[in-house]
Design a binder for this molecule. Sequence first.
Ligand SMILES: *[C@@H]1O[C@H](CO)[C@@H](O)[C@H](O)[C@H]1NC(C)=O
Length: 337
Amino acid sequence: MSPVALSKSLIALALALSSASLATAQVTGTFPPVPLASKHFDYPSGIPYKVDTDVGLVRGTQLGYNICNSTTENQDSLCQTSFFDALDDFCLWAPSVPGKTVGDIEGEMIAWCTKPGHGTRLIPAGALTGVQFLKTPDYIQAVGFIDQTLINMVAGDFGGEMDPHGADLRGNPMGGIMFSSSFGGGVKQVIEWTNFMGGNAFCLKACDPAGANAAHYCEHIYDRIGCSFNAPNAAQDKVFESCDAENADFPGIYTSDGQVMTYTQPPESLGAITTVPYTARVPSSSNCQTFNSAELFTGLPTVAATGASTTGGAAATGTASGASSRGTNSASRYGHR
Ligand SMILES: *[C@@H]1O[C@H](CO)[C@@H](O)[C@H](O)[C@H]1NC(C)=O
């Protein structure tokens, strides 16, 4: 959701709060004293129960928690600590309950992961139908296809973008943090990341926290133009592959007739974006290895994810590989590839 739209919804929310629930929540401001992206934690001992403890701000309080362990690992988990390491080890932000679009609930998304061990909900077996993982000099990226209804998303929701900034700097989700061991030196907090969810597709990008250009490679202001511009990729449905790759260009930066240009995303008040004046360059990849989903995703629950709490590990494989009876994925508005 763009900052403009979010500001509008902040105002709407402020009005709703002021008329409805003043008894419990006196709204005294919008911005936190410390932006989410400035909160840095050592793993695991430095992580607080909740990263966002602000009260009285217009968007309310953090939905879930950040200390996640075997106790919180079930399909009712409200864990908001995410991991991202590999083709078979990542978490997507998705709703805790069905029935709300990403735009409505982006501040309250929780972590849904591809494997047990992170204290989170698990993406049900068969939901992921194709994923490409890229490791580049400056970031890691997973782009793929998913039956989004299995992670509580509304069918047909074209979704939106999560990142640790947001119009009010509390992040989407508020208090959501991410860790990775892909950048050397053990498990480190990822400071700059983006996650687009919607149209039965997703892209997740985590930038090397030590990289000089992390904020540019994981730029978060192009939230309306989707994965093909923010996470250029060659992901294909039915294919699970892991590759090395070059860096992409920074999102929004492109070269036209030898000139380096910066795209300006129009505000939502000007209507739908029907054309973007460039196509993002897909970086070349190498050392690609392909897998089938059954060997990647073990230990996932076979049930649909509407709050049922079976996390059985045994029977995951059958549905995982044969799942997709859908035709070509229509990742649509994002112009996915
Ligand atoms: C497990 O996580 C819960 C919820 O965050 C927390 O209350 C509890 O203290 C944690 N347990 C351990 C042993 O860390």
